[in-house]
Write a protein that binds this ligand. Structure first.
Ligand code: SAH
Length: 254
């Protein structure tokens, strides 16, 4: 009997050790999952604070725009070494001499074009893809063009990884817009031309809204809202002084 008892005890001991190991592994996985969850909550809180202090406290009051700014994980649109600055009130470098705009400017431009869920939008200057992601939450589809091929590829991969299925990225010069998908209800230009590109005005739907920084390169430009009335008449509102990188032109082909 003793032998049997001790055998059972040994079995129990093994089972117990097995369970203990499983429990330890489970708790490690749990700890890892809860760390990830805690990190998510921390960045979400940083984002909520960014929206409250930098955006709503200024003059962006559109609830849909504020919700989109709260939802898009801006820290995943910048290089890892910049992630801790992602929610600061300033533009950040995204490489190739380009920048992701200050959060407030993204929100302001988004509010200006009054995005609605059935709209088709065009963005010129994809950069990191951040503005495209914000717009994608507010319209039915975003077409976005980036002149630096490496940035276009990176933005496309990033948007796909984050699950933005309603964004199409193209590498090329956005000066001529995207005639195959025109007309657009919304156009956002995130690099500054010295004059509003004529093809973009043509590709704006009657009733459509275009936000564009206009002015000389490397100085202060003027953010303009251009609205096309049902009759086709254009109405321009000067909104605010801003500073964007210049809209470059692709050299003409021989
Ligand atoms: N909207 C971007 C930031 C834009 S920075 C974001 O959310 O991250 C401006 C971008 O416009 C740069 O990436 C620059 O390469 C691009 N750009 C400049 N001229 C362009 C042109 N003619 N056509 C398309 N993109 C252009």
């Amino acid at each position: 009997m003793r032998g049997v008892v001790s055998f059972t005890t040994l079995m129990e001991l093994r089972v117990f050790r097995g369970l203990a190991l499983l429990w330890a592994a489970g708790s490690a996985a749990c700890t890892q999952a809860s760390t990830v969850q805690a990190e998510k909550e921390t960045v979400a809180a940083e984002r909520a604070q960014m929206v409250e202090r930098q955006i709503a406290a200024r003059d962006v009051r559109d609830d849909r725009v504020l919700a989109a700014m709260r939802a898009v994980p801006r820290h995943l649109f910048v290089a890892p070494e910049q992630a801790s600055s992602a929610y600061e009130d300033r533009p950040l470098s995204i490489g190739h001499g380009q920048t992701i705009s200050q959060p407030y400017v993204v929100a302001l431009m988004t509010q200006l074009v009054r995005p609605s869920p059935t709209d088709r939008a065009l963005e010129v200057g994809t950069g990191s893809g951040y503005q495209a992601a914000v717009l994608a939450r507010l319209v039915s589809h975003v077409y976005t063009i980036e002149i630096v091929p490496a940035l276009a590829r990176e933005a496309e991969a990033r948007l796909e990884k984050l699950g933005y299925e309603n964004v199409t990225v193209r590498a090329g010069d956005g000066y001529g817009g995207w005639p195959e998908h025109a007309p657009f209800d919304v156009i956002v230009v995130t690099a500054a031309p010295d004059r509003v590109p004529e093809p973009l005005l043509q590709q704006l739907k009657p009733g459509g809204r275009l936000a564009v920084p206009v002015g000389t390169p490397f100085s202060v430009q003027e953010l303009q809202l251009i609205e096309k009335e049902a009759s086709g008449t254009l109405r321009t509102t000067r909104v605010a002084p801003v500073r964007f990188v210049p809209l470059k032109r692709e050299p003409p082909e021989d």
